[in-house]
Write a new protein. Structure first.
Length: 339
């Protein structure tokens, strides 16, 4: 525990030394000319290695799992009881009824497959994208450095913004990450379709100086998952109160494989979900968001989890005219504009 905190502290202390130049480097996942392929390097203070075949930068093998340790402590969360609240995540295999006349005519909802195939199709929830790993027990946790959207307008509570990782078992997903209902980014989780969605007390909300959020999600056992959220500022320093909590989830979804690990898919997404009708010309937006250094942990080291990685199986987006989306190495960059 102490070791990973020391390494993470080094990482965060230099993460944002130069917001402009470092952000550019992150987006491009380090220009190939800047380092020899296969050579170890320091990127934002973390030991990383460039894969000679894929040119992806991944954490070096001696980096322990970051923020993935189960504490046995459960932070009390606050249920979202609003009857108009909509989940941003669907059920695999559910593609809805394309002739549904109840869909708002100002909802675009076209589906664009970027890799593999779409696993489900959410309609009436605004522009969004999903990226899924394969279903397996090879990996024990997922990690991302979330650059918080630099622009956000939910139209005065017309929509909720979501930037999350997730764990998908045999039946449904478990969203784990951040929600913005108009007052700022705060940790959030939802055992999809099984009870209420939850936010956390304002103690854990991103302070005004926060620019990024380090997030790790991990299945602990068949009824427990772990979420770690630590906000940082433009200098890479800790800000706010970190959330480090176990979360009880519904039984029957997560199963144990023969190697003792949990069978699941890891996923990430960004959404701007309406409370009521999905008017995708309502002027709302969530821009300048990025998911950086996306990695999966295999029990001893980190493996790249970018769009073109072998660890990524399915990527798709909805409402292509309303979302701009690009990929570079293990990074995603996105902006949603319902205009």
């Amino acid at each position: 525990m102490k070791r990973y905190k020391r390494i993470l502290a080094v990482f965060l202390s230099v993460l944002m030394l130069s917001a402009t130049s470092l952000t550019t480097a992150l987006a491009e996942d380090i220009l190939e000319s800047e380092t020899e392929q296969g050579a170890e390097m320091l990127v934002a203070g973390m030991p990383m290695t460039r894969n000679a075949e894929t040119a992806e930068a991944v954490f070096a093998e001696d980096v322990p799992e970051i923020g993935g340790e189960s504490t046995g402590i459960t932070v009390e969360a606050i249920p979202i009881t609003d009857p108009e609240f909509k989940s941003p995540t669907g059920i695999i295999g559910d593609f809805g009824d394309s002739s549904d006349s109840s869909i708002d005519p100002l909802a675009v909802d076209d589906l664009t497959v970027i890799k593999g195939s779409a696993l489900f199709r959410e309609s009436k929830v605004g522009a969004h994208y999903y990226a899924f790993s394969a279903y397996s027990a090879s990996y024990t946790s997922a990690f991302a450095n979330i650059q918080l959207p630099t622009g956000f307008n939910n139209g005065g509570r017309l929509r909720n913004g979501f930037v999350c990782l997730g764990i998908y078992g045999s039946n449904h997903g478990i969203d784990l990450g951040l929600i913005n209902k108009g007052g700022g980014w705060v940790p959030y989780h939802y055992d999809v379709g099984h009870g209420s969605a939850y936010t956390y007390p304002d103690t854990y909300m991103a302070p005004p100086t926060a620019t990024n959020a380090i997030i790790t999600v991990k299945p602990v056992n068949t009824t427990t998952v772990h979420m770690y959220v630590q906000f940082t500022n433009s200098a890479g320093s800790y800000v706010g109160t970190p959330l480090d909590t176990d979360i009880r989830v519904s039984a029957g979804n997560l199963t144990t494989a023969s190697n003792g690990r949990i069978n699941c898919r890891f996923y990430r997404f960004a959404s701007l979900v309406p409370y009521n009708d999905d008017n995708q010309s309502d002027g709302t937006y969530m821009t300048g968001g990025r998911s950086l250094y996306c990695q999966l942990y295999n029990g001893s080291s980190y493996v790249g989890w970018g769009k073109d990685s072998s660890t990524m199986q399915n990527v798709w987006k909805i409402s292509s005219d309303k979302i701009s989306l690009s990929f570079a190495g293990n990074n995603d960059t996105y902006s949603i504009r319902h205009q």
